[in-house]
Design a binder for this molecule. Structure first.
Ligand code: SF4
Length: 207
């Protein structure tokens, strides 16, 4: 075997091991979410949010480079993009809006829900913002924000996140494999929808 073919074989073995390792993590979260499926929806979401924060904190602590994450309060370009959530998260958010007397702009949610992840940017600029984005650029449900928002962290200049003016490819992300797999397992287990659609469904849920 030549050195080149040895290197290719070693790389293939490493990739297979990594894939198997990631599959184990994904399957573990899928089992956990399936087992939680019949529990109270908001509490399932809350527990998943706590778990996500723990994974992110642990992985950021051991991953050099994560100290360069630039996301912060008032930086909200990503809150004008399509965000996919799962029904339990929508139930939690609608519950919080009701508890706190936060009025949800259902007319805007209806308009937004006509767009998909792929077409989101085609809607008028005034409609793109998340319904929970405050006038000060801060998230009004920060403690209960979906896991899709928690795990989205960038290490490049926040100005580059403005998709209206910059190429999205220029944005550098820091990410945790486990966080990505946890969220994929939740979306696969519970189903996914863009946030406005999921919120409208939760608002209409009389169950
Ligand atoms: S829930 Fe909060 S963090 Fe997530 S998109 Fe909306 S405003 Fe932004």
């Amino acid at each position: 075997m030549t050195d080149d073919s040895k290197a290719v074989a070693n790389r293939k073995t490493r990739d297979e091991k990594k894939e198997a390792y990631l599959r184990v993590i994904y399957d573990r979260y899928t089992v956990q979410f399936r087992a939680a499926g019949n529990q109270d929806a908001p509490s399932v979401a809350r527990k998943a949010h706590i778990a996500m924060d723990e994974v992110l904190e642990r992985d950021r602590a051991k991953n050099p480079g994560s100290e360069n994450v630039r996301c912060g309060k008032g930086c909200s370009h990503c809150c004008r993009e399509a965000v996919e959530i799962w029904p339990h998260e929508a139930a939690l958010l609608v519950g919080i809006a009701r508890e706190t007397g936060m009025a949800l702009d259902t007319a805007r949610l209806e308009r937004q829900s006509r767009y998909t992840v792929d077409t989101w940017r085609q809607q008028p600029a005034a409609d793109k913002a998340c319904t929970f984005l405050g006038d000060d650029g801060a998230c009004m449900v920060y403690e209960s924000r979906p896991n899709a928002c928690r795990k989205l962290l960038v290490v490049t200049d926040p100005a580059l996140c403005d998709a209206e003016h910059r190429k999205p490819d220029s944005v550098g992300r820091w990410f945790s494999w486990e966080a990505e797999l946890m969220e994929s397992a939740a979306l696969e287990t519970f189903g996914t929808a863009v946030m406005p659609k999921a919120l409208l469904a939760a608002l209409n849920d009389k169950g």
